[in-house]
Design a protein around this ligand. Sequence first.
Ligand SMILES: O=C(O)C(=O)[C@@H](O)CO
Ligand SMILES: [Mg+2]
Length: 253
Amino acid sequence: MKFSANLGFLWNDRPLPAAIKAAKEAGFDAVECHWPYAVPASETKAALDETGLKMLGLNTVRGNVTIGENGLSALPGREEEARAAIDQAIQYATEISAGAIHVMAGNSSGPRARKAFIENLVNACDNAGSDITILIEPLNHYNAPGYFLSTVEQAADIIREVAKPNLKLMFDFYHVQIMGGDVTRRFEAALPHIGHVQIASVPDRGSPDHGELDYSFTLRRVRELGWAQPIGAEYLPANGAVPDLAWLASFKD
Ligand SMILES: O=C(O)C(=O)[C@@H](O)CO
Ligand SMILES: [Mg+2]
């Protein structure tokens, strides 16, 4: 299997270009991040070019994080800000040839929120073009209480309704296990919609070699089902930002 280092959590104690180089030295096949915007895209691109790693994805900004905002795209009345966040992400992703943008929904619920989310996703898919995948990710209700999107089934409904070929599901096993479990069957059912896969141990969101999910089984099944893209290692290192990587050698090709 191939793995992508999620630099939102791994090596997040250093500037993004240095984190990209650390991921390369550690043997990752790709990288992904959360919010790279403080670093000029030219600097991120230079590190990607130097290491030969691809940036698989980045997120749209969350809004006012000091009051707990967690995305803008499913917030009725905030359409202008949501569009600006999507435009910003598309521009950055284009400059660094990133593969995907995770459009963050935000904390909301109900039909007006759904309508706003769908309209923003249509706009994101149309403006991103065919080289950039737009991702939506269900988040669990412990880490993201009140988040608009919490299950893969809800996300699949939205993907069907938006009906754009470049809209896909971010299937994060950590969140999916917490929100109902049965992860292997649900992965298989969602497979046609999946655009990226992420992992972490449950419930502590640590390295994927412990906890209630057995990734040596789960990832074997993921591979048997034909998934060949790098899997995002999105976990919280046990001792700060430098990750424990014993798991990587045992899971990698
Ligand atoms: O929290 C996650 O899981 C993610 O993948 C992030 O991109 C959302 O902040
Ligand atoms: Mg995730």
